[in-house]
Design a protein around this ligand. Sequence first.
Ligand code: NAG
Ligand code: NAG
Length: 426
Amino acid sequence: MRLTTTSLLLALAANGASANVLKRASDFAARQTRSLARDLRVAFGGVLPRSDSAQHVIYCKNPVSAGALAGDDSSGSASSAGSGSTSANASKSSTKKGAVAGTATGSGAATTATSAWHLTQSYAGSNFFDGWDFWDTDDPTHGVVDYLSQADGENAGLIQVNPAGNAVMKVETTPTVSGNRKSIRITTQKSFTGGLVIMDAVHMPTGCGTWPAFWSNGPDWPSGGEIDIVEGVNDYTNNQATIHTDPGCSLTTDDPAALGASASAVTGGTDCAAATSGNAGCGMRSPSSQSFGPGFNSNGGGVYAMQWVSSGISVYFFERDSVPSDIDAGAPNPTNWGLPMAHWPAADCNPWKYFNTHVAIFDTTLCGDWAGSVWTGSGIPGQEQSCATRTGFSTCEAFVQQSGGSFEEAYWEVKSVKFYNTTAAL
Ligand SMILES: *[C@@H]1O[C@H](CO)[C@@H](O)[C@H](O)[C@H]1NC(C)=O
Ligand SMILES: *[C@@H]1O[C@H](CO)[C@@H](O)[C@H](O)[C@H]1NC(C)=O
């Protein structure tokens, strides 16, 4: 998410980018006014794309051979065979690479390392909002939202910890607004470079006009990289996880299985660089219609995990009934989890070179560069008809302004966000 095609294009235009790059995003540009470029340069003067990414590498660890890494089970080795595994679900474990072969674990290092995952930070319960900053300036992705400070959010009833002990972040449901609708965007104060993030939610925002995300990004976008863990728009039912980077990070193939992912499709493309992909990034769509929006919510939500280790970055999704017992026990063991829904192997995208010093973010924007631009689109799972057809509004913005009751379901209800680390090499 964030600094999507429109803003990138305008920033590039303002900086004299090549015609080729500009052309890729031209249909987005057509919807925007040129004056935005000036605003963007002011807002993102420090984060505009650069052509010389190499000199900005900060964390350049020695490459570690695939398969020797903590908790990675998708490198193609049999290290996740999981013999003697306590995995709760036999049907799920049967999807693991190597499980059928039933060989002994291929890597003692992995076994040792995974036992070392330990909690480093937890956001949960009545103190959930401690340790997050509230973003209360303009939405960088041009949504029709006003993000509120913590105090304003509490006063407006848009944030609370509910009686179940879950953190709730809502969108304003006032029937009609003349400008923006109030919403919430929060960012962790602590940053991390590698590790394991596990987010458990029972509800997420959904419905025409919405564009929610749980994601992370680093400094000097896109130099520090961006990892979209949970993201989608409108009535989508299948999550799309995406990375955005500086030039140089890519996928060797657009075949998810060959990448070690259960995704139903690679979306966007195999060039993950913001500047040369029109900021589509490298996205992967979950095969589960319970992974996003209405399906996620009707199923009691679920758990997302993002693992960032030397072999690559992975996103896992577990439906509520299939959450591994090791997660529930607070002792996550990714080697028992089967295939991730998304995996970006280190082979073509060094996770220490293209990603560093991330903060985690929740937000819900409305319309903007993605939800607004596909308002008349259909054909994505959950979006068999366009939002224009479903709502009778020809524009996202008019719908958002005039249909406050439609945003009753546009809320996050989060049980916890937990960060884990390992004493072994990441
Ligand atoms: C295992 O997964 C299947 C399919 O997701 C589900 O129907 C079943 O209830 C699960 N069993 C356990 C023990 O979690
Ligand atoms: C894990 O430890 C590494 C090395 O100290 C650190 O860079 C990283 O931010 C930590 N990650 C988490 C999630 O705590």
